[in-house]
Every structure is written in C-alpha cells, then in structure tokens.
Design a protein around this ligand. Structure first.
Ligand SMILES: [Zn+2]
Ligand SMILES: [Zn+2]
Length: 246
C-alpha cells in the first residue's frame, strides 16, 4: 500500500458523505468537503511525509474521491472513474448495508473529533501481511485499548469468578491456572463481543466482554477476508468446522 492510498477509515468517512448527498459528487468548495479534508488530515494514521504535502487529502482530493464513489455506483449513467479496488469495495459495502456503514462512519467521526484516537498504539494485527479489515483500524485500536483497561478487566474477572467459580476461555475452555499453576492464577484476557460500530459509541459494560485465552483472543482479532474482529461464537464455529464438524 502506497503512503498516499486512501485507508478504509478514510473511505468509510468519504463514502458516508456521498451517501448522505444522494450518491452525488460534492464540489471542492462545499463546506462538508472542506471539513472532511481537515478531519482526514488530523487522523493518526498518516505518514508524516505524506502530510507534508498540502495537496494530501486537500478539499480537491476529497471532492475527487466523492466523484469516484458517485460514478462507481449503479445509479450513475456515465462512465465510472478508475478509482481502485478499495473504493469499489466500499461502494459495494455502502450499497449492501447502508445503515450499518453510516453508523460506522458516524462513530469514527465522533471519536476522531473528540480526539479519542490520539496516542493509541498500533496493534500487532495491523502489520500483518493480509491486514485488511473493512471497519478500518481506528475503532479496532480504541477497542483494544478498552480491553486492556485493568479496572474493567478486574471487574469482569471478579464477576465471572463469582458466577462460575473458574476462569475458563469461553471458546476453547483453556484455563491458565490449571495449565500453569499459581503463575496462571486469575489470568484471562477480555474481548469485546459487540461490533466495532457499536462499541465506539458508548462506555464499555461488563456484558460487552467475554473471557478468552490468548490464542483464541488473537484469532478473534486477526484480519482475514475483510474482517478484523469476530465474536467468540463465530470463532467456536470455525474451530468446529476445522475439527471436521464434530
Ligand atoms: Zn481459548
Ligand atoms: Zn479482543
């Protein structure tokens, strides 16, 4: 991916703008285009070299991107622009599940404007070769930060110990204390079971979290086939399929 390629997060925000405009292109002088240009340049996902160019994500380039979305939509009568695979994929997503994608865009926008993405670390999954994930990386970073919140984790662990008596992985049943003795006592990782576009909108509740071993947790976040997050239920199904449906 080139330094100047539009990321999924940016394409989600641009796509939402076009959808709200009835799948029509927006002009450079449009105040929404200008606002999006400022917002995109502020996102903590860009290479400083790219940002040094004032034309990078300028209102002109945002307007052109809205033209890509509009002209690659099925309602457009003229010739589609050559916009690249990622944009075409996003046009398909917005067409197939408009409400959900608009909600996702709104959540990214609100969190970006509140500065909640600032200073969040890269996640190991982001540098994987196939790191795709249609939801973008920003909300995924935010969720991982919340999952590591020690206070939240402690509360979840206390709740599970009170109700079940032991801390087993909800997918595979692994128990750190049983395998590692006292070293593994009361250890487990917590995972957000609510989708990213929902998570970013509100405070995390204990019911949003599941307890997982480190292997299952990593597999829940591994980007594959356009997803960078999955539920314990989905992972359990995959394990069952891998085991031959037994
Ligand atoms: Zn597990
Ligand atoms: Zn997780």
């Amino acid at each position: 991916m080139a330094k100047t390629d539009w990321t999924h997060d940016e394409l989600i925000l641009a796509g939402a703008l076009v959808v709200r405009n009835g799948w029509r292109e927006l002009r450079t002088a449009d105040h929404e285009v200008v606002a999006l240009s400022v917002l995109l340049r502020s996102l903590p996902i860009h290479d400083p070299d790219a940002l040094a160019d004032p034309k990078f994500r300028s209102p002109g380039s945002v307007s052109r991107k809205t033209g890509d979305f509009a002209s690659n939509h099925r309602t457009y009568a003229g010739k589609p622009t050559r916009c690249g695979e990622a944009t075409r994929l996003m046009v398909t997503e917005f067409t197939a599940r408009e409400t959900e994608m608009l909600e996702l865009a709104r959540t990214i926008e609100e969190n970006a404007l509140s500065g909640r993405f600032e200073g969040l670390p890269f996640e190991p999954e982001e540098v994987e070769e196939e790191a795709s994930g249609l939801e973008g990386v920003l909300l995924a970073r935010l969720v991982r930060q919340r999952e590591r919140d020690p206070k939240l984790r402690r509360k979840k662990i206390e709740q599970v110990l009170r109700s079940r008596g032991s801390l087993d992985c909800e997918v595979c049943g692994f128990n750190f204390g049983r395998s590692y003795g006292p070293l593994g006592g009361a250890y487990i990782e917590v995972h957000h079971v609510t989708p990213l576009h929902v998570v970013g909108k509100r405070e995390t509740k204990l019911g949003d979290l599941a307890c997982l071993c480190s292997n299952c947790h990593r597999m829940c976040h591994r980007p594959r086939n356009g997803e960078r997050w999955r539920t314990p239920d989905a992972l359990r199904r995959m394990m069952r399929d891998a085991a031959g449906g037994v």
